[in-house]
Design a protein around this ligand. Structure first.
Ligand SMILES: *Cc1c(COP(=O)(O)O)cnc(C)c1O
Length: 368
């Protein structure tokens, strides 16, 4: 990408040689990513990231079907970039069913079957959850959608695959989705570039107005260095990386779950290899996050921080956790550049910090 920033300066829409050189690099990047997804180049649209891909998929397809069906199905545990699109559609007089997960964060395909109506136009179920890592049974849901289509219904399936890319085996043709969102920065490429898979024959209206880029599906000059970096990051994802990552994750969980008052949020199996969301009963997740940050360790409470007030995670609440439990939960994510030594050190520090916070809390309670 750094070389491309210096050398591939042309605008891919320009006719001159510099422009055409940029076009070639952009199309090569598109081929690499499409191939890795089991798609054809024409089915892959570059965007500015996962958020835009989700917006384009949901708003783009329902606008393409304008005036026809008025019902959509999604889940209560989607990323805000999906949930907010559906909230907007509700304001536009759409009916939306938000399916709740079970206590492990799993959506039952049977619940999707029950929610389907003759006027359902779109089903959107994320492939893997970003807070607890639950991997959904998207192929089973795709089979249900295909059945409706075989019966003459105009209905499409979108999946937010931002967390799944590079972490679970992917072949979109086998998965059976019509739209699939991905983002580069979740696989070690820079922020600000992503893409949307649009299965051949799927109607889609661009949601931003302008030029006729990306086969009229996404107006705006393409981010060529970003696309090149995204393609390289896809090439660098290896099949054994998820195994290595889950080995580290399991090593960490084994130590932490051995201490008292700690529980896992999310399933043991059927989970992303890099995610460990843990509930530390009686401890403030925020306090633990800050204590770990002071030791140079970056973790997340998995909650969105809006205007200074810390909202408890909508995912954990949907899974049946209480507000207190959600506020006592921390998400640990592991990756390509973590070593076993780091994991051991992390476990040590977490155990020490959790112990200290519990003692402080006990003193507080005594004083009261
Ligand atoms: C990060 C993320 C997004 C948003 O992607 P951006 O590229 O940051 O806009 C969407 N969905 C999920 C599941 C994510 O984890």
């Amino acid at each position: 990408m750094i070389a491309a920033l210096r050398e591939v300066y042309g605008n891919p829409s320009s006719t001159h040689s510099q422009g055409q050189a940029a076009r070639q690099r952009l199309e090569a990047a598109r081929r690499t990513i499409a191939e890795a997804l089991g798609a054809s180049s024409a089915e892959f649209v570059f965007t500015s990231g996962g958020t835009e891909s989700n917006n384009l998929a949901i708003l783009g397809i329902l606008r393409a079907l304008a005036g026809k069906p008025r019902h959509a199905i999604t889940t209560a545990i989607e990323h805000p970039s999906v949930l907010e699109c559906f909230r907007q559609l509700e304001r536009e007089a759409f009916e939306v069913s938000y399916l709740p997960p079970d206590r492990h964060g799993m959506i039952d395909p049977g619940a999707v079957a029950n929610a389907l109506q003759p006027q359902t136009a779109l089903v959107s179920v994320m492939h893997a959850n970003n807070e607890v890592g639950t991997v959904q049974r998207v192929a089973a849901i795709a089979a249900l959608v295909r059945e409706c289509r075989a019966a003459g219904q105009e209905i499409y399936l979108h999946s937010d695959g931002v967390q799944a890319l590079g972490k679970v085996g992917l072949d979109l043709d086998v998965l059976g989705v019509d739209l699939y969102s991905v983002s580069a920065h979740k696989i070690y490429a820079p922020k600000g570039v992503g893409g949307l898979y649009v299965r051949k024959g799927t109607p889609l209206h661009g949601i931003q107005l302008g030029g006729r880029h990306e086969r009229e599906r996404r107006a705006g000059t393409e981010n060529v260095p970003g696309a090149i970096a995204f393609a390289r990051a896809v090439e660098l994802c290896s099949a054994d990386e998820p195994i290595r990552c889950s080995t580290l994750r399991d090593r960490f969980e084994e130590r932490i779950l051995a201490i008292e008052g700690v529980e896992r949020n999310g399933p043991l199996a059927g989970r992303l290899p890099n995610t460990s969301n843990l509930l530390f009963h009686g401890i403030s997740g925020e306090a633990l996050l800050i204590a770990l940050d002071m030791q140079g360790m970056a973790v997340s409470t998995g909650s969105a921080c809006s205007s200074g007030s810390i909202e408890p995670s909508h995912v954990l609440l949907a899974m049946g956790r209480t507000v207190d439990e959600a506020r006592s939960s921390i998400r640990f994510s592991f990756g390509r550049y973590n070593s076993a030594e780091e994991i051991d050190r992390l476990a040590e520090v977490v155990i020490a910090c959790a112990g200290r916070l519990r003692k402080a809390k006990a003193r507080e309670v005594q004083l009261v």
